[in-house]
Design a protein around this ligand. Structure first.
Ligand code: ZN
Ligand code: ZN
Length: 574
């Protein structure tokens, strides 16, 4: 009997000899898109635009089967025998499969987060795609919208005792999708060359879909919210156990969430001490002989408010950013910080209409299927702001902080990391890119540039510390809200009094922290692990250590988790 049992195993091993890791990755990606068509569309892969999956139990079983298939395929490869590039992919794919099981079996947000059901985002990604004609898009949407009534029926079946916060969000977001039904679709139909029959079918499906959205919103308002005692609804706090697991899966840290929390607490104290010294040094320059307040936080706050008056005018906001980028490039080149690809200049532009609403500045990166497209630095001009709001924004992004923002978003932050990531040959690292590595890099370079002496002054150091304090407090906020029952009042004290943030900004942050979990922890976690890795290598290599080489090697692995990059750089991987 035993012999017989071994036979299939042997066959499996023989079969695996013929398959290389590259073809496995290709197969994995194909199956990934077939299993998650919405994710495919979002990543710029448009083969499945016409598909809207019904989120029922059968669909979840299908996801679990994909996770199982992935793990059994991975077993065909010996990790130690893979090259560096494949090793990180192996880990990322493994983690992804673990994440699928966690989401379905443990996290179960499909039960308590009504905002996971929303047609708008998918439609936006399809309509925004430049590679297809309007007619092609409308044909895909005709098929997609057909499933909308069943999609929302299934959503209602899934939802049990949702959180108040996610229910509110779902109502807002689904209401937002009427924009497509009321203006985008009619406008697109007018310019399209669809036949009358095609137009009629589109309209029939769109009308049914619109009714389904309306019914869903009404159901959330009348059957869920109005009938529930808000205090009895499920808490948005996921608790220590789920948080710990989600932290390990999302961040792929070498530390537990609890260990990282200790590091964040220590960093906050360190920053407060450093800011206190800087405040003593700067006080006479700005307040002459006026005695400083005895309360440390109060003293720092008054100084920050005073120095924040040094900001650009609202009509020169964009020009100021444009002027600062070549200064950053020059500094990076003369200080041998990292090789910047001069063939791919970053284009600063006014944020396009559809992406507006998000204040400030951010990188608009091309997706993995569109690598050669231009990367834009979107800057939202402050023209739509009231005078008061613009002033508050400009004080926040004053002459010092604006430079840190440019480092983070552009050079050598997100933009530079993206250029390096696009050089890696395969797509897995981009599709499954690690958020803590990506945000961690942007936060790490802020600290590194300041250490290297960029725009050196006590003021710059003070505002870097404030910025870093915000990253640190994002972690503390997230962890304490999800695991330690932090109240809104305590959260506001942390952000406003201890981290010197504006009340309006802190209110927004609180709202965000009630809707997401672990994401706010990624900045501090990523930064900490990259920084530690650098210090470790410095120790190891002594005089041989070269900062430029470190940066270039670190980025050469694509957007892999810092822990996996560390293993490869230190040769500690199993
Ligand atoms: Zn002002
Ligand atoms: Zn960022």
């Amino acid at each position: 009997m035993k012999k017989l049992l071994f036979a299939p195993l042997l066959l499996l091993l023989l079969a695996s000899c013929h398959k290389n890791f590259d073809s496995f990755k290709q197969e994995f990606t194909d199956k990934l898109w077939a299993t998650y068509p919405a994710y495919a569309t979002q990543q710029g892969y448009h083969k499945y635009d016409s598909v809207l999956l019904i989120p029922d139990a059968a669909e979840r079983n299908n996801e679990l089967a994909f996770a199982d298939w992935t793990n059994s395929e991975l077993k065909n490869f010996k990790f130690e025998e893979l090259g560096a590039n494949d090793k990180t992919d192996y880990r990322m794919i493994q983690l992804y499969a673990d994440g699928i099981r966690f989401n379905i079996n443990d996290f179960k947000s499909y039960e308590w987060d009504p905002s996971s059901y929303n047609l708008g985002e998918g439609i936006f990604d399809i309509m925004d795609y430049k590679g297809e004609s309007t007619d092609q898009k409308l044909r895909a949407l005709t098929q997609r919208l057909k499933n909308a009534p069943a999609y929302f029926e299934s959503a209602k079946q899934n939802i049990h005792n949702p959180t108040f916060e996610h229910t509110k969000l779902a109502i807002d977001q689904n209401n937002g999708s009427f924009y497509f039904f009321n203006s985008v679709f009619p406008d697109s139909l007018k310019t399209s060359k669809l036949t009358d029959a095609e137009k009629a079918e589109f309209n029939k499906n769109a009308d049914a879909a619109k009714t389904a959205v309306q019914n869903y919103v009404t159901w959330l308002q009348q059957d869920v919210l109005a009938k529930a005692d808000t205090n009895q609804m499920r808490s948005f706090r996921i608790g220590k156990k789920l948080y710990a697991k989600k932290f390990l899966l999302d961040i792929d840290s070498r530390y537990t969430a609890g260990q990282m929390y200790q590091k964040a607490e220590a960093r906050k104290t360190e920053l407060h001490n450093q800011m206190n010294l800087l405040a003593d040094q700067l006080w006479p320059k700005y307040f002459d002989k006026t005695p400083a307040p005895t309360d440390t936080l109060d003293k720092i706050k008054q100084l920050i408010d005073k120095i924040s008056e040094q900001h650009c005018q609202r009509d020169s906001f964009m020009a100021t950013i444009e002027k600062q980028l070549p200064q950053l490039t020059a500094f990076i080149n003369t200080h041998s910080i990292i090789d910047l690809d001069s063939t791919k200049p970053l284009k600063v532009r006014k944020t396009p209409e559809y992406a507006a609403g998000v204040a400030g500045a951010g990188i608009n990166a091309p997706g993995p299927y569109d690598k050669d497209a231009v990367t834009y630095y979107n800057v939202t001009p402050l023209t739509a702001y009231s005078a008061e709001k613009a002033e508050s924004y400009l004080r926040e992004y004053n002459n010092y902080v604006l430079q840190i923002l440019n480092i983070h978003e552009a050079i050598p932050g997100h933009y530079t990391q993206l250029i390096y990531a696009n050089r890696t040959p395969d797509i897995v690292k981009t599709i499954l890119g690690n958020g803590a590595m990506i945000e961690g890099w942007a936060c790490y370079v802020e600290r590194m540039m300041i250490e290297q002496g960029y725009a050196q002054s006590p003021e710059m150091q003070l505002f870097y510390d404030k910025w870093n304090l915000r990253e640190t407090c994002n972690f503390l906020l997230d962890y304490n809200i999800q695991c330690n029952n932090l109240s809104k009042e305590q959260a506001m004290d942390l952000l406003v009094r201890q981290a010197f943030q504006q009340t309006a900004e802190s209110e927004e942050k609180w709202k965000r922290a009630t809707l997401s979990q672990v994401q706010l922890a990624s900045y501090f976690s990523g930064l900490t692990e990259i920084y530690e890795l650098r210090e470790e290598l410095k120790q190891q290599q002594g005089a041989q250590f070269n900062l430029k080489k470190f940066h270039e090697q670190f980025l050469s692995y694509g957007s892999a988790p810092v822990k996996e990059i560390r293993d490869l750089m230190l040769g500690t991987g199993k």
